[in-house]
Design a protein around this ligand. Structure first.
Ligand code: PLP
Length: 385
């Protein structure tokens, strides 16, 4: 499959989004143009879309070891995160209940918690160590009698660190507290099994695993009742109103199935590229830190280069046709280091020079050489420091 954006461009920001799988696209077109009936209607044009949703739910539930009735389709990962957290919290409106999360969550979780804090909930943000890991001891200490939910992401979107979700969930359950994980960066990239993870709620987003944008899902363990986020029709067993994104749901299930099938070989390939990146970086004279834990999302690199300006570096690389992300942002007033880099306490002279490079299967060793050469050229030319 030729995944190149254009012949000379290198896309290395797969944590931001991924290219839609071609088989998913083909099947999606069918549900946009031929089988476009509303799956809730009762006439013949609706039969196939209805069956397609049922099949997609079956496929997805099997891939993560869940039951069909535990999968609820959403419009994105952000909605799944909002629903999981608010869905639990809204059962306790007016009571000062505690929700525990970490300080390195995606804003889909952090801003949801900030909203709940504003309306009276008690939110505790757990710290992380220098690798970005949450400690079970800190979680144990933070849980009190009023705690209703713990929400810790499975993997971080900036530094790739994967948490010990099973151990954290066990601590929460010991105190009869529900556990949610934002698995947006891991589903389709690492082995995710609901029973091994022992979570009650789990969020996912299709566009992070070569599915379409605008669709995701929330896993809700059987027996757990959460409040609805959207009020309206009776879709998703009266729990998530809104006409289903049939094509999106179909595309998501195809992409997830394909990604899960090749997880092992994909991981081996991406590990090889990541190792090659660090090998090539070692050959340079640059002083840098590699951020995150050993246990991380395959293909993810977070590098902080001493004395560099990450945002300028990113723009200069873009001019060279290389697309990566950064961990800091400059505006006309001041420079900002991301909440994640602050939490893992990267020294400022390194933190401002952070790049997030997230590789995909279309990347090659040649791309790695070009990325490292690009960084070196820019910094040696002092174009961006
Ligand atoms: N959670 C994490 C960890 C993410 O990385 C993202 C997107 O970058 C989201 C949630 C939000 O997902 P979506 O873009 O589908 O709303």
């Amino acid at each position: 499959m030729n995944n190149k954006i254009s012949k000379n461009k290198i896309y290395a920001d797969h944590a931001a989004t991924t290219k839609l799988d071609e088989d998913a696209l083909l099947e999606m077109q069918k549900y946009q143009q031929e089988e476009y009936g509303n799956p809730s209607a009762l006439y013949s044009l609706s039969r196939k879309p209805h069956i397609a949703i049922t099949n997609a739910r079956d496929t997805i539930s099997q891939l993560i070891g869940a039951s069909t009735e535990e999968i609820f389709f959403t419009s994105c990962g952000t909605e799944a995160d909002n629903w999981a957290i608010k869905g639990v919290a809204f059962k306790y409106l007016g009571e000062k209940k505690r929700i525990i999360t970490s300080c390195i969550e995606h804003h889909a979780v952090l801003n949801t918690c900030a909203f709940l804090e504003k309306i009276g909930f008690d939110i505790v943000y757990l710290p992380v160590n220098e690798k970005g890991k949450v400690s079970t001891l800190d979680l144990e200490k933070a849980i009190n009698d009023s705690t209703i939910l713990v929400s810790i992401m499975m993997a971080n979107n900036e530094i790739g660190t994967i948490q010990e979700i099973e151990e954290l969930a066990i601590v929460a359950h010991k105190h009869n507290v529900l556990f949610h994980t934002d698995a947006v960066q891991t589903i389709g990239h690492v082995y995710v099994n609901i029973h091994n993870l022992k979570v009650d709620l789990l969020s996912a987003s299709a566009h992070k695993f070569n599915g379409p944008k605008g669709v995701g899902f929330l896993y809700v363990k059987k027996g757990i009742i959460i409040e609805n986020l959207l009020s309206g029709g009776g879709q998703e067993k009266f729990q998530r109103a809104g006409t289903e994104n049939v094509a999106g749901i179909v595309g998501m299930s195809i992409a997830l199935k394909k990604n899960c099938h090749f997880i092992e070989s994909n991981t081996a390939y991406l590990n090889k590229l990541v190792n090659y990146f660090w090998y090539k970086m070692n050959e340079t004279e640059l002083v840098y830190l590699s951020n995150g834990a050993e246990d991380r999302v395959p293909g993810s690199i977070s590098i902080s280069i001493k004395g560099a300006n990450g945002e300028m570096l990113m723009h200069c690389l873009d001019l060279m046709g290389i697309m990566v992300s950064t961990g800091s942002a400059c505006n006309s007033e001041k420079s900002e280091i991301s909440h994640v880099l602050k939490a893992i306490e990267i020294p400022e002279e390194f933190a401002f020079g952070t790049l997030r490079i997230t590789l995909g299967l279309n990347n090659t060793t040649d791309d790695i050489e070009k990325i490292v050469m690009g960084i070196r050229k820019i910094l040696n030319g002092r174009l961006c420091s």
